[in-house]
Design a protein around this ligand. Structure first.
Ligand code: HEC
Length: 198
C-alpha cells in the first residue's frame, strides 16, 4: 500500500513486464534478470570449483585433508618426543653397561636385520650407525626421534608403535656407545656430525 503519496501508484500497482503474476500475501513474484556482477561471481565460483576439485582431490599430487592431518599429527608427536628426551640423561645411560646391554639386546632382535649385526649397516638396507655420517641428524634428540618416528616410506619402521619409551632410550644409548667406532660396512650417507651427541 502506498502511504507516501495518494496520487502516485505504488510499485506493486505499476505495470511490470517481469511480474510473473504470482502473488502471495500481497508480494508479487518477479522474474528479474540477475545482476551481472552476481552472474560473473557465480561463473567464477564454478570455474574455481573445477580447478579446486582437480588440485585437491583428483590429481596424483593432491593430498586429502586426512593425509595432511596425519602428517601434521606425526610432526606434532615427533616434536613431543624430541622435547621429552633428555640428551644428558642418554649420555649417562650410554656409559651404564646395564642400559647399553639392554639396548644391544633390543638392537639384535629388532634392528640388526637391516642395520647389520654390529650396526655397521647393510649395503642394500639400513645405514651404518657407527660412522660419523647421519642422514637425519647425529645429535641424540635426532637419533631418538628417528627411532621413534621412523621413515616408513624409506624403509625405516616407526618404532614408537612397537617399543616402549624406555626401550627406545636404551637403543639410543646403545647407538651412542657405538657411534664413531667406524666399523667397515655400508659407505657413508648424509652429513658428517662432529658433536658428542648434544
Ligand atoms: C626394515 C629395515 C629396518 C629396520 C628393521 C630398522 N631400520 Fe633403521 N633405517 C632403515 C633405513 C632404510 C634407514 C634409512 C632411511 C633413509 O634412507 O633415510 C634407517 C635409518 C635409521 C637411522 C638414521 C640413520 C641416519 O643416518 O640418520 C637410525 C638412527 C636407525 N635407522 C635406527 C634403527 C634402530 C634403532 C632400529 C631398531 C629398533 C632400526 N633402525 C630398525 C631400515 C631399518
Amino acid at each position: 500500500m502506498n502511504t507516501a503519496h495518494p496520487m502516485r501508484p505504488s510499485p506493486d500497482e505499476r505495470p511490470d513486464p517481469y511480474d510473473t503474476g504470482h502473488v502471495y500475501d500481497g508480494i508479487h513474484e518477479h522474474d528479474n534478470a540477475l545482476p551481472r556482477w552476481w552472474l560473473w561471481t557465480f561463473a567464477i565460483t564454478v570455474v574455481f570449483a573445477i580447478f579446486y576439485w582437480l588440485a585437491e582431490h583428483s590429481l596424483p599430487s593432491a593430498t586429502s585433508s586426512f593425509e595432511r592431518y596425519g602428517v601434521a599429527q606425526r610432526e606434532y608427536d615427533l616434536n613431543a618426543f624430541s622435547a621429552a628426551v633428555d640428551p644428558q640423561a642418554i649420555l649417562v645411560m650410554a656409559k651404564d653397561p646395564a642400559v647399553v646391554d639392554k639396548g644391544k639386546a633390543i638392537y639384535a632382535a629388532r634392528c640388526a636385520s637391516c642395520h647389520g649385526e654390529k650396526a655397521e649397516g647393510l649395503p642394500a638396507n639400513g645405514p651404518n650407525l657407527t660412522d660419523r655420517y647421519w642422514i637425519h641428524g647425529g645429535d641424540i634428540k635426532s637419533i631418538y626421534t628417528t627411532i621413534a618416528g621412523g621413515y616408513p616410506k624409506l624403509g625405516m619402521p616407526e618404532w614408537r608403535l612397537v617399543l616402549e619409551d624406555s626401550e627406545m632410550q636404551a637403543l639410543t644409548a646403545f647407538i651412542q656407545s657405538v657411534r664413531n667406532t667406524n666399523l667397515p660396512g655400508k659407505p657413508q650417507q648424509g652429513e658428517p656430525y662432529e658433536g658428542e651427541g648434544i
